[in-house]
Design a protein around this ligand. Structure first.
Ligand code: SAH
Length: 329
């Protein structure tokens, strides 16, 4: 819902200020339409229905995986593709993976979004509308900004969306922003009062390989990024989650695990190893055995590590695959 348009429309209609809060309250709890908003006058409901669309996004396609994962492809009003995913876990967690941009200006060599054309930053309403789409389906309680785009390059809109997520049932502590290591954004999140989790996409334990995988490393090299994460931890007292995509023969060797453990302070970082989802590029994912060995090596050197569960594989909803079929409309 375009919240600025809602405010303007209510003002134009001479409505009191509390109406916007009423409409948002219903919307955040998953109301399917204005008709459901029973504490609004009937005439106002139909007026709003014709003037303020329930979503800024149009659903183009939706895929349901056998494990309960749902991937939605939307189009913005100006025809940009946006994808978001709902993951349902066996422990009951309902987690959203949201996009912050249509496409991505960064060009990580293993990422599908990085190879598509960058569109633009999404507005806070366009970000919230991804979440609201799933909120109309189910309760939700976790959110990660690990869809399309670099959230730190659109941080105003991302934080404005985050500020409203608790109304949907997602607390700040259960919200994570994932970054390539965009230092100005990390620094801003450090100053931000909302206790949102920082996640860092690392993928390599040294600069040469990291720059090959993530050209942004030339601008914000490893040591500077890690220092920004230390400052973040110092202030927020919350561990930074490191994402490490496992690429066969590229970053999954024993010595690389040892080097990774050497550069990561276990009091500051926790590692999440991500099985790679091939996207048609030059890389293969590490085998399960290689991932397990890498995890063991990290833990033997004192760094806690988990292996990310794969969700939604049969619908190409897994990490980094969101752009796979999202051709610009
Ligand atoms: N730009 C941000 C957020 C989006 S990507 C960032 O890079 O952190 C979210 C995560 O998915 C990142 O860690 C990214 O490296 C990872 N990813 C990208 N492509 C992938 C793929 N094909 N398989 C597994 N993970 C992938």
């Amino acid at each position: 819902m375009d919240l600025a348009l809602l405010d303007q429309t209510l003002t134009d209609l001479g409505q009191p200020a509390f109406r916007a809060r009423q409409v948002w309250g219903w919307t955040a709890r998953g109301a399917a339409d204005y008709e459901a908003m029973t504490n609004l006058p009937v005439a106002l409901r139909s007026e709003l229905a014709s003037r303020v669309p329930l979503s800024t996004l149009t659903l183009q396609d939706e895929a349901h995986a056998s494990d309960g994962t749902v991937k939605a492809l939307f189009a913005t009003a100006d025809g940009r593709p946006v994808e978001a995913v709902l993951m349902r876990y066996r422990d009951g967690r309902r987690s959203l993976c949201l996009s912050s941009q249509s496409g991505c200006p960064l060009t990580c060599s293993f990422c599908a979004t990085g190879s598509m054309k960058f569109g633009r930053n999404l507005s806070a309403s366009e970000i919230l509308d991804q979440a609201l789409h799933f909120r109309r389906m189910t309760d939700v309680d976790h959110c990660v900004f690990m869809g399309m785009g670099e959230p730190m390059m659109n941080l105003d809109a991302v934080l404005a969306a985050c500020a409203r997520l608790p109304d949907l049932g997602i607390t700040h502590r259960r919200t994570a922003i994932s970054t390539v290591g965009w230092i100005p954004g990390i620094e801003r999140l450090t100053e931000e009062p909302m206790p949102i989790r920082l996640a860092l996409s690392l993928h390599a334990p040294e600069d040469a390989l990291r720059s090959e995988l993530m050209p942004v490393n030339d601008r914000y090299p490893l040591a500077d990024v890690l220092a920004a994460c230390h400052a973040h931890h110092e202030r927020k007292r919350r561990r930074v989650f490191v994402e490490y995509v496992m690429l066969a023969g590229v970053n999954d060797r024993y010595e690389q695990a040892v080097e990774l453990a050497r550069i990561l302070d276990p009091l500051v970082f926790k590692v999440n190893l991500i099985p790679y989802n091939p996207t048609g590029g030059p890389y293969d994912g590490s085998s399960r055995g290689a991932i397990a060995a890498f995890k063991d090596a990290l833990e033997a050197h004192g760094v806690r590590a988990t292996v990310r569960l794969k969700r939604g594989r049969d619908i190409d909803a897994a990490c980094g695959q969101l752009a796979a079929r999202a051709a610009p409309a």
